[in-house]
Design a protein. Structure first.
Length: 527
């Protein structure tokens, strides 16, 4: 989305009358985001998702996916940011763009945008769309014996809307993997460029259990003769798998980590309504006739990883330009500088911090939930708040590697307080990790890293003072680890109290992380 103001003006789906029938229908479908993805679901095996079912649904809807050009994006991390960057570049050039991403923070409408503005689809448009195709969906559910999923139907509806609105191009983010993902129905004749941002250890069970199997699944979006942009950096054997797939499909590969591409992060400016980092992107690829020099760009997406995502989007735009799409250097710069996504290394304003009932601290919210994203987050915090003491408030889904995430966070910046809490996932609790189990993971990580820690048993808010009286009688540990009390907001207040009790004079930063779902809970408290 383009900015915070438009985001906070969104009304939750449950409070929008026009969304009642739409959400009621969607709630009848199996939602793997809420339930957890089955083992092997994203692989080419007997347990893999059935793309034939998706194609049959689209055919009944008139094959909308054959009526527009598309950019298809897969990868472990960075898909949503890269999709936002390239969508805004195309919009700045004047194209009508359909964009389909997941998950959402506040309303399902965030996942779909259409037209020349960076705005979620309207509730009225979704209501009318469902009314137009409801009979087809009901018939499809009957013919498919009820096996159509929430993601399959929403993807089909997005493609139908893009076709109805006659978009110039659609930017489509894969949901899981690539090869067996519901979005992987885009044929080579309609694919403008495919993008693989990176490969990491997430959804291991669903994608075959190894980095190699994940790479195979992600490279399933590569199509015959269509260029593929790879973000990276990749491990050599993983990149080899992607390049072999591209070679077999006669697809030219452009790497965003090519040594002739220079991405320079020059500094950070936080004393504005929207903090930014100053960057240069310089691309000189003579053999491919790709040239661009973008000096002193103001990226509002923070961190080295977001600069890499911006380079990947820029390479994709240059690929399109080589395929006779009209895209100017000015539109590339404007699109990159315009892009801003909430919940990605987002520093709250003083007013927003006060709305959470906090004072005397800075607050960062970020949806990091993998070892790789934890590393990106710690690097960004060190860049922006080099001299601050850091406290963490963390909630995570049950299918994540909690110990590896904790070890990366602890080794990356040495926080002084970690409070574990819980946040619902996709409106349910099936995939929620109890805070007590999360605490065990963080204690295990601290032990493995030989960190001097204190296991906090916080029965109620008043225990904060009792705790610190005890700590003053012993050698105060480097790290306090405990479970939050009650809601996420209450856990934040508790963390703030602990921070103040420690009596440190240096600035304090509270980072809320572990999933986009805890980010969503925090954002909902600001409206």
């Amino acid at each position: 989305m383009g900015g915070l103001r438009s985001y906070y003006s969104l009304t939750p789906d449950s409070e929008v009358p026009e969304m009642g029938e739409f959400m009621g229908f969607m709630e009848t479908l199996k939602n793997y985001e809420r339930l957890g993805v089955p083992t092997g679901a994203g692989t080419d095996s007997e347990y893999g998702f059935d793309l034939g079912r998706m194609r049959r649904l689209l055919h009944r809807l008139g094959d909308p996916h054959l009526k527009f050009k598309a950019i298809h994006i897969a990868g472990t991390k960075g898909k949503g940011s890269t999709a936002a960057f390239i969508s805004n570049i195309l919009r700045k050039e004047g194209y009508s763009v359909g964009c389909y991403t997941s998950p959402h923070l506040w309303t399902l409408r965030e996942r779909i945008s259409v037209g020349r503005k960076d705005e979620p689809v309207s509730a009225g448009d979704l209501k009318n769309l469902l009314s137009d195709v409801r009979n087809i969906l009901n018939l499809s559910l009957e013919l498919e014996q009820g096996f159509l999923t929430h993601f399959e139907v929403l993807t089909a509806l997005a493609f139908t809307l893009f076709a109805q609105e006659n978009v110039d191009i659609a930017v489509v983010e894969a949901g899981l993997g690539g090869a067996r993902d519901a979005t992987n129905v885009i044929c080579s004749s309609k694919l403008a460029v495919s993008i693989i941002t990176n490969i990491g250890e997430e959804h291991m069970a669903a994608l075959g259990g190894s980095l190699e199997s994940i790479a195979i699944a992600k490279s399933g979006i590569i199509k015959q003769g269509c260029p593929v942009v790879i973000g990276g950096p990749f491990q050599p054997h993983v990149e080899h798998i992607i390049r072999q797939k591209a070679f077999s499909e006669n697809s030219p590969v452009l790497s965003a980590t090519d040594p002739r591409i220079h991405a320079i992060l020059k500094g950070f400016q936080g004393h504005t309504d929207k903090p930014y980092q100053s960057c240069d992107i310089l691309i000189h690829l003579e053999d491919l006739q790709m040239f661009i020099e973008l000096f002193n760009m103001r990226l509002h997406m923070l961190g080295h990883h977001q600069l890499q995502n911006a380079v990947t989007a820029t390479c994709s735009a240059l690929c399109l330009r080589n395929r006779e799409w009209r895209i100017s250097d000015e539109s590339i710069r404007a699109g990159l500088e315009h892009t801003y996504l909430v919940g990605r290394c987002q520093f709250l304003t003083c007013t927003e911090v006060e709305l959470l009932g906090l004072s005397g601290v800075s607050v960062l919210i970020d949806g990091a939930h993998t070892e790789a994203s934890a590393e990106c987050l710690t690097k960004t915090i060190r860049m922006v708040y080099a001299k601050a003491s850091v406290a963490l408030v963390v909630a995570m889904a049950s299918d994540k590697d909690h110990v590896s995430f904790a070890m990366k966070m602890l080794s990356g910046m040495q926080p002084v307080v970690v409070i574990l809490t819980e946040a619902s996932i996709a409106g349910g609790n099936t995939r929620v990790t109890p805070s007590s189990l999360l605490k065990e993971a963080w204690v295990s990580a601290a032990q493995k890293l030989a960190i001097n820690y204190y296991d906090v048993d916080m029965g109620n808010h008043n225990d904060v003072h009792y705790l610190h009286r005890n700590l003053r009688e012993i050698n105060e540990p480097n790290l306090l680890i405990g479970c939050g009390v009650g809601s996420v907001k209450a856990s934040l207040k508790m963390t703030c109290s602990i921070v103040k009790e420690r009596g440190k004079e240096e600035p304090f930063l509270i980072a809320v992380t572990g999933s986009l779902h805890i980010v969503s809970v925090v954002l909902s408290s600001l409206t």
